[in-house]
Design a protein around this ligand. Structure first.
Ligand code: TMP
Length: 222
């Protein structure tokens, strides 16, 4: 298993679950505790990844199928790991990532009703991420109806609408939500599910408590 001095914390969940807000808040707490950290995202955490992101999140929802999507997400991920995540972790910088490989299993596997064999995704994981996984994965769980309406409201202010997945039907979003819960059941040591239908500050406190507990000894209590 590839190990590093820095911690890799990933945030997962459906659309509009508040991942980026929570990452920003946690990043500030960590910095106040003297923990050097960076925030990043998938897809699009690197320059090349931003080009891949554009292909994936804009345009017609049926312009490519789940297999093509999975290949592109893992290509983005490989670049992200090699150029940004592993070098930061090696320097003892903690990395907070808005989405990682669980998104591919939730969206491209569970979302599409298991149309891509899981073993293909697991193989792609091995090739692109090697023997490495997050130290902690926080899954923000929310009724997709609430999350989607937040996402559509946010997109009103975007010049380029990133709504390719939001345009899929509600069944897709329910499938991927259940997929995340299934992933959490399969890997209870790594994944923690939190209720994202809470005020931002309450959810933030849940996240800080979780991170304090998980990495006790490495963090100050403020
Ligand atoms: P974002 O809007 O959270 O930045 O994520 C981009 C979109 O890509 C979002 O709709 C979720 C989707 N996605 C996948 O379908 N599979 C993946 O592996 C990742 C990382 C994201």
């Amino acid at each position: 298993m590839k190990t590093f001095p820095g911690k890799f914390i990933t945030f997962e969940g459906g659309e509009g679950t508040g991942k980026s807000t929570q990452i920003k808040l946690l990043s500030e707490v960590l910095a106040n505790c003297g923990i050097k950290n960076i925030s990043t995202k998938e897809p699009g955490g690197t320059e090349a990844g931003l080009e891949i992101r554009k292909l994936l999140v804009t345009g017609d929802k049926d312009k490519m199928d789940a297999v093509a999507e999975a290949l592109l997400y893992f290509a983005d991920r490989r670049i992200h790991m090699a150029q940004k995540v592993w070098p930061a972790l090696a320097e003892n910088t903690w990395v907070l990532s808005d989405r990682f490989a669980d998104s591919t299993f939730a969206y491209q596997y569970y979302g599409y009703n298991k149309r891509v064999p899981e073993k293909v995704l697991k193989e792609l994981y091995k090739i692109s991420v090697e023997d490495f996984k997050p130290d902690l994965t926080i899954i923000l769980d929310l009724d997709p109806k609430i999350g989607l309406s937040r996402s559509f409201a946010k997109a009103d202010n975007m010049a380029v609408k990133e709504l390719r997945f939001e345009s899929r039907d509600l069944e897709f979003h329910h499938n991927l939500r259940n997929g995340y819960l299934e992933i959490a059941k399969q890997e209870p040591g790594r994944c923690v599910v939190l209720d994202a239908d809470k005020p931002i500050e309450d959810l933030h406190n849940d996240i800080v408590n979780l991170v304090m507990e998980r990495f006790e000894g490495e963090l100050c209590r403020s």
